[in-house]
Design a protein around this ligand. Structure first.
Ligand code: PMP
Length: 276
């Protein structure tokens, strides 16, 4: 059963419970996390909590809970939901106050939902996904997981309308990440991914993949690359909490590598599935 939580109360996720003067609603003045639950346990919860608190701090938002308190709320919600394979969406905003750009002196709001996991179309994983390269029109602080996702939505929609699964974003001639995923490529057997700068979200799945690569003895380079590197790669894949690891077999309608999901991608995916 899907379940919702708002500032200490259990709610139905569909209930209209927020006033208009809510800063997440009016300004996107908040931060969020999206966490997968496998077998009743939130995956890499510690890393998600670290990122959530770093994001909040970066926007000068004082959360009214400790990471441990949030973890306890999440555990309680998962138990109440009765779901074992599900996802947790969590967001914190600067609260409820009459609309004004200046920060109000009110407590932060925290809301969550626990919902059954919406599985992705598995043929994508078997056959590989198409991506479209698009300009990265976001601000400079993409490492903060804020509610302001409009440039991401516009890029994803444009990619979708062009028949692609994901938009791969390019800033100043450098590939940053997907609209809602991180990007990896394999070149000469080495795994390459853009470094965790301000211009990308420091993905939790990205952390897991880097760790798995080290474990499997695959050499890794965190370095910037241009769009050409995507077309010339042996393999390309995307990572995120929702899609886990998805091979990319074409970019801007050009075939990548053999045109099929590659061996390194498969090896990393299998190791990832063992972990979860
Ligand atoms: N980059 C962006 C822009 C994202 O929205 C996401 C999804 N949250 C990711 C990367 C992947 O991050 P994670 O592995 O933590 O889900």
């Amino acid at each position: 059963m899907s379940i919702g939580y708002l500032n200490g109360k259990i709610i139905n996720p569909g209930d209209p419970v927020l006033p208009i003067d809510e800063r997440g609603h009016q300004f996107g003045d908040g931060v969020y996390e999206y966490i997968r639950v496998y077998g009743g346990r939130a995956f890499m919860m510690k890393e998600h909590m670290e990122r959530f608190f770093k994001s909040a701090e970066a926007i000068k938002l004082n959360l009214s809970h400790t990471p441990e308190e949030i973890q306890a709320i999440v555990d309680d919600l998962i138990e109440r939901s009765g779901l074992s394979d599900c996802d947790v969406y969590m967001q914190a905003t600067r609260g409820i106050a009459p609309r004004n750009h200046l920060f109000p002196n009110v407590p932060a709001s925290i809301s969550m939902t626990v919902k059954p996991f919406r599985a992705m179309d598995e043929t994508l994983r078997e056959q590989g996904a198409k991506v479209k390269l698009l300009p990265d029109e976001r601000w400079q602080n993409c490492w903060i997981k804020t509610l302001n996702l409009l440039p991401n939505l516009l890029a994803k929609q444009e990619a979708f309308e062009a028949g692609a699964f994901e938009a791969v974003l390019v800033r100043d001639g450098i590939v940053t990440e997907g609209s809602s995923s991180n990007i990896f490529l394999v070149k000469d057997g080495t795994l390459v991914t853009p470094p965790a700068t301000k211009h990308i979200l420091h993905g939790i799945t990205r952390i897991a993949v880097l760790d798995i690569a080290a474990e499997l003895g695959i050499s890794v380079e965190e370095k910037e690359f241009a769009p050409e590197a995507v077309f010339e790669a042996e393999e390309v894949f995307l990572t995120s909490t929702g899609i886990e690891i998805v091979p990319v077999t074409s970019a801007d309608d050009q075939v990548i590598g053999s045109g099929k999901p590659g061996a390194v991608t498969k090896k990393i995916y299998e190791a990832f599935m063992k972990r979860v």
